[in-house]
Design a protein around this ligand. Structure first.
Ligand code: CJB
Length: 874
């Protein structure tokens, strides 16, 4: 690798190397410098936002050093890199209201009071500090650089409280739910384990919408987050022109070989924005590269501009910017919009151009490509990368088809995250033909060669060929992206054992026959303990650290098993219980402040927070809550006194076009309106819907749960990851035998989880029976339906569709089948919760046994079994 500075001049560079602040004074100096120069402000107009910006920049400067060194190390050692392609990377969305309810509660003071208070603080008169601020990138940088105390003292001397400063952060929420959050956990683990890895994604101007609840209904509000983000580096010099539309012509080269030329159409430019992603307790800092779209500065708009068509040249610009403008807000649902396909190709083409460019700098032979590059496809969204790499290799680099295809298939791995039919991506052939004419030809060729090879091995099986064809012979014809991803990858994995078995026996069954079992594997999902324990629940993290030999468990989560020795330790149990209670108090305060509802922190907190989806069955939960309410109402006051008080807490967004999901939200809110003010019921039951559930709120809600609900119809939830977060934070779960619940049970023991409901192997038969035979509704559920239809929870017609889905439309999600066992299991929960001593033992044992679910374990499995990549020593 050549340096741009010649040898004799490098001495000066070494002498003046930037080293970042080393102590409090130097930190303060950096902050003041950034306020005065970078931000062009002064003591007269340095507000908290400016202080946040300057402090972040001081840390960023230090992070950048590690980041640069990491990149240089990876280049010099010529190591194989992992490229993680994901349309979503879900980080925290900051909500300014949340921070005031973390840990030690303090009153939110009026602005002027806070100002006075801050000055008092600066003069040394301290008041209690909040311990668990929520700004992420900043907090993460402080954590990973081990300099939080320095920052705290330095900021205090400059007149600010670190909690207020962290609270200024407005981070990106570039994802919908589990899939995007998994990608963020993976980035954390890859850096923490010193793997050379890059993430590639899109820099949406609008991330996931903000949810407001108005009169019980969800309303979506756009979320603009790009005001000032010190954590990203615009690389205006790193751009790639991406072509769309046009046509393909063919010519012969000097050797008589046919060469394809993709010509015409329009260009859009991709601009790179880099986000350093530091690892925990290591200087390794990887890169997340997000692409933003803008109009190409090439001939197209220039021509129009010259011909005086200013308006349309501006329109072109806006059209180009539209590509990266907005995250599609659907979870587990494919809507097939043209702009979405444009996003996919734009992102994939820019990323591959970048990856190939980096590889070509090594001057290695093409045959070595997959020794240097592993590309992981996070779901089918980046599947066009397979086609694009084949195109680059044959059309641009002049390789033969077979040689190119070998390189392609040994480079890619594909992770499947869902078996839901409505989520499996398909694109109309005509749309691809129009947008990416050359790619369609290549897809047809990939399919042709694939089907020929199948035909050879399984002659005379036309059905098989039809079933596995990448092209679905429907009206219109469709490209099946999951099949293309399977054919173009060397490994395909599911995200939990049951899910990986299911994909091999259902959607990809024929491919297992064709390619053999070895191509298919499982990597059970995991979560980063840095975020989901240490940062979300600092007191619990410290308590654990005090028992298991310090914070090493955050790097090796299996060390949690030492907690088993303390299950009977009185003081430990007491502190454990106090922490849970404090977390519940914090959530109760938040509920009071946002909804003006009093909930009793001593009640059992029963939480279901996740995207709203029929398969996740929030409807089962709310029907169960109604059943509980009706049961309580029918009791005598004496009987009621014996019942376990509960707070049922819901949160989650519905995709804006998902009408049924929105009705579920509406019903939850209507039930809450009635129940929460019913004097007969009081503390025995409260029903809460928390608005705008996101990662920040998850950090507050999850540590406060006693029981959480993971109750998808068996066989529908690929893994789930919040189940892991809840258990790791000392909450028990009620769940179906679905996704990772099964492995959680295996790890923590059957006695520590409340399982209920139909098993996945019985689901199909029941569905069949509903459609073709009798389908009597569960009598308990029937009572619930009657109450709704009598208008107990508002206009009954609003909920007809929800009821009809169960009663008249085959009950696809088996709500009625599972209702009785769901209710019975909740009765068991109530009974067991009464015995607090036993309950706490279960919680501690569960946490002790959760080591398996670290995303570090997961990343090591990918590295060994799929990527063939080693960590890079630092
Ligand atoms: N998943 O979040 C999504 N969106 C999709 O479109 C498809 C799947 C989720 O991915 C998670 C990470 O693998 C899984 O834990 C979860 O079960 C799945 O629904």
């Amino acid at each position: 690798v050549e340096a741009s500075i010649p040898e004799p001049q490098r001495e000066a560079w070494t002498k003046h190397e930037y080293t970042g602040f080393k102590n409090k004074d130097e930190f303060e100096k950096e902050v003041v410098r950034h306020v005065e120069t970078t931000l062009a402000r002064s003591i007269y107009n340095c507000d908290e936002t400016a202080a946040y910006s300057a402090a972040s920049l001081a840390f960023r400067d230090r992070l950048v050093k590690d980041w640069n060194k990491t990149q240089q190390r990876q280049t010099f050692t010529d190591s194989k890199r992992i490229y993680y392609l994901s349309l979503e990377f879900l980080n925290q969305k900051h909500d300014s209201r949340v921070q005031y309810f973390h840990a030690t509660p303090t009153r939110r003071l009026p602005v002027t009071m806070r100002y006075l208070d801050r000055r008092a603080h600066a003069q040394g008169r301290r008041r209690p500090c909040l311990q668990n601020p929520v700004g992420r990138a900043f907090d993460n940088a402080m954590l990973n650089l081990g300099a939080k105390d320095v920052a705290k003292e330095g900021l205090s001397e400059l007149g600010f409280r670190i909690e207020d400063i962290i609270g200024q952060e407005h981070d990106a929420a570039l994802g919908n739910g589990g899939l995007g959050r998994l990608a963020a956990c993976f980035l954390d683990s890859m850096a923490s384990l010193n793997y050379p890895a890059w993430g590639y994604g899109l820099r949406y101007r609008y991330g996931i919408f903000k949810q407001e609840i108005i009169d019980g209904y969800q309303v979506e509000v756009p979320d603009y987050w790009l005001d000032f983000n010190p954590w990203e580096f615009p690389r205006h010099d790193v751009t790639v022109d991406i072509q769309f539309y046009g046509h393909v012509s063919k010519s012969q080269d000097e050797n008589g070989k046919t060469v394809a030329h993709w010509e015409g159409g329009e260009m859009v430019t991709a601009v790179a924005y880099d986000v350093p992603t530091p690892g925990y307790d290591t200087p390794s800092t990887n890169n997340l590269r997000l692409w933003s779209s803008k109009a190409a500065s090439g001939e197209f708009d220039f021509q129009k501009f010259n011909s005086g068509d200013y308006e349309s040249s501006v329109a072109d610009q806006q059209r180009a910017e539209t590509i990266s403008a907005v995250l599609y807000p659907n979870d587990n649902l494919d809507r097939g919009k043209e702009l979405r396909l444009k996003q996919q190709y734009f992102w994939v083409a820019a990323s591959l151009y970048d990856i190939v460019r980096r590889f070509k700098k090594t001057k290695r032979k093409w045959a070595e490509f997959s020794d240097q590059v592993a590309i992981q496809l996070n779901d089918t969204h980046p599947t066009l990368a397979i086609v694009e790499l084949q195109r680059i290799l044959i059309d641009i680099e002049g390789l033969e088809w077979d040689e190119a295809w070998n390189i392609v298939t040994s480079t890619f791995g594909y992770t499947n995250h869902t078996v839901l039919p409505e989520a499996l991506e398909k694109w109309p052939v005509g749309l691809i033909q129009h947008l990416l004419p050359r790619h369609l030809q290549i897809i047809y060729d990939i399919n042709l060669f694939f089907l020929q090879s199948v035909e050879k091995r399984f002659p005379n099986d036309r059905d098989l060929l039809t079933r596995v064809s990448i092209i679905e012979e429907s009206q219109p014809k469709m490209v099946r992206m999951a099949f293309l991803a399977v054919v173009g990858s060397h490994k395909v994995n599911g995200v939990a054992e049951l899910h990986s078995d299911l994909i091999q026996t259902t959607i990809f069954r024929d491919f297992v026959t064709i390619f053999g079992e070895d191509k298919f594997t499982n990597v059970t999902n995991g979560i980063t303990p840095r975020r989901w324990l240490h940062q979300a629940n600092p007191r619990l993290s410290e308590l654990i650290a005090s028992k298991v030999g310090g914070h090493q468990f955050l790097k090796d989560l299996t060390l949690l098993n030492q907690l088993e020795h303390f299950v009977d330790d009185k003081d430990f149990r007491k502190e454990w219980a106090e922490i849970k209670y404090a977390n519940k108090v914090r959530l109760a305060k938040y509920i009071k402040s946002t909804l003006n509802i009093n909930v009793n922190p001593a009640a059992l907190f029963d939480v279901q927070v996740k995207r709203i989806h029929e398969y996740k069955r929030q409807q089962l939960n709310i029907f169960g809550v109604i059943h509980r309410y009706l049961t309580l109402k029918a009791m005598s006051p004496e009987e009621r006194k014996k019942q376990q008080p509960r707070v049922s807490i819901f949160g989650g967004k519905a995709a804006p076009g998902y009408w049924m999901a929105k009705q579920i939200i509406h019903l939850i809110n209507n039930v809450g309106s009635l129940v929460n003010k019913d004097a007969d019921i009081g503390d025995l039951l409260k029903v809460i819907f928390l608005e705008d559930y996101n990662v920040s709120k998850a950090e507050m809600i999850i540590p406060a749960s006693d029981l959480s609900e993971h109750i998808s119809t068996a066989g529908t939830e690929a893994s789930g990851t919040s189940n892991m977060k809840f258990v790791l934070n000392g909450g028990l779960i009620i769940g179906t035998c679905d996704g990772a619940n099964i492995e959680i049970t295996r790890e923590i023991g059957q006695e520590n989880i409340f399982l209920f409901g139909t098993l996945s192997e019985d689901v199909e038969d029941l569905r069949h029976a509903h459609t073709y035979g009798e389908h009597p509704i569960d009598p308990g559920l029937e009572k619930v339906f009657n109450a709704i239809q009598k208008g107990m929870f508002g206009e009954p017609n609003d909920f007809n569709a929800m009821i009809n889905a169960v009663r008249n439309h085959g009950d696809y999600y088996l709500v009625s089948d599972d209702f009785q066992s769901y209710i019975d299991t909740h009765k068991m929960v109530d009974a067991e919760y009464q015995n607090q001593e036993e309950w706490i033992s279960k919680c501690i044992r569960s946490v002790a046994r959760m080591g398996f679910f670290s995303s570090d374990r997961c990343i090591n499995e990918y590295a060994e079994g799929i990527w063939n990549v080693e960590p890079l020593a630092v």
